[in-house]
Design a protein around this ligand. Structure first.
Ligand SMILES: [Zn+2]
Length: 322
């Protein structure tokens, strides 16, 4: 994927200068047959306020079958979806091929599927690669990717049909798009590290001496420490350890009554791993599997001690009596 960047500094969206912390990507398609990624710069690098254009719109990037053109910094608030999705989502537009027109709504008229298959595959691949790159940069997953029509369904975007008026013509949809992003993300990333050996499913106790969930976090109610054990339900987010107040945290879900052993809905709070004592580990982490070798069992302690001495003198200095 060839990524070019040139910002639309004349566009009122750029000069508005609002920043966002991207927590998703919204995929659009242009509904403008044959206008490719590089062509959009001259079309949209204009000021509505100065009367140079009749539209107030700007997206982060356009993708076609050859390249990507980035027109806004990724953390700049875009004007791409006509809803609150602009506050959270990076907007990318996939350019549509030439040779057809639009009828009512988002109906493609005269769209030749087989002739456009090759264009579609290349543009699709570039869009997937761009999304993978953005997922890595902003610690997102494929689940954080939606299209404009999905955004409309969940109430964060205006009522447009893209890209689901187009993808199905080529046997694809947003689920298969997300799967393609996930496949590439999985291929080239290592599995998440579990902080300090604590794993999902471990039963833990919150140390009695601890006051807050993490430095600067909320105060832990006494009952959380005295009445219940807790089950660890999450140790990473977006495949990375979760840091709060500078400490590695895990999420505690279900609670288990210390006296009765009865499980119930838990506190669902992130908590510093250093505040926890593991009561029961679900299973030994794969990388910490221990294989022990026993060399004798004695009813007389002196015999055991004699063998231990022999082992130590033979160089087995880690030997011990249990
Ligand atoms: Zn759209």
């Amino acid at each position: 994927m060839k990524l070019n960047a040139k910002y639309m500094t004349r566009n009122d969206c750029f000069t508005a200068g609002k920043k966002i912390a991207p927590n998703g990507i919204m995929v659009h398609s242009t509904a403008t047959p044959g206008v490719m990624a590089a062509d959009w710069f001259s079309r949209w690098n204009k000021s509505y306020k100065a009367g140079e254009t009749n539209r107030q719109v700007c997206v982060h990037a356009f993708v076609d079958n050859k390249e990507v053109w980035q027109y806004l910094p990724w953390n700049h608030r875009g004007w791409h979806c006509g809803g609150t999705g602009n506050n959270t989502h990076i907007g990318i537009e996939i350019c549509e091929p030439a040779g057809f027109s639009y009828g009512k709504g988002s109906t493609m008229v005269g769209y030749n599927i087989s002739e456009n298959e090759s264009y579609f595959r290349k543009a699709w691949k570039n869009a997937v690669e761009l999304c993978v790159r953005l997922c890595r940069e902003y610690e997102l997953t494929e689940e954080d990717i939606i299209c404009h029509s999905e955004g409309a369904k969940i109430g964060i975007a205006s009522n447009h049909g893209d890209v689901m008026h187009w993808f199905p013509k080529h046997g694809e949809n947003m689920d298969s798009f997300r799967a393609a992003v996930r496949a590439t993300l999985n291929k080239s990333s290592t599995p998440p590290n579990l902080p300090l050996g604590i794993q999902v499913g471990d039963l833990v106790e919150v140390k009695a001496t601890v006051n807050s969930y993490y430095p600067g976090g909320a105060t832990i109610p006494t009952w959380v420490k005295t009445d219940s054990y807790h089950v660890v339900t999450q140790v990473v987010s977006n495949r990375k350890p979760v840091l709060k107040g500078g400490k590695t945290c895990v999420l505690l879900g279900k609670k288990v009554n210390k006296k009765t052993g009865i499980e119930s809905a838990g506190i669902m709070s992130w908590i510093d791993v250093d505040t926890l004592t593991v009561i029961k580990s679900k299973k030994p982490p794969d990388n910490q599997k221990l294989y022990r070798v026993q060399v004798g069992a004695f009813s007389n302690k002196e015999n055991a001690e004699a063998l231990l001495k022999k082992l130590k003198s033979a160089g087995f200095t880690d030997a011990f009596i249990k």
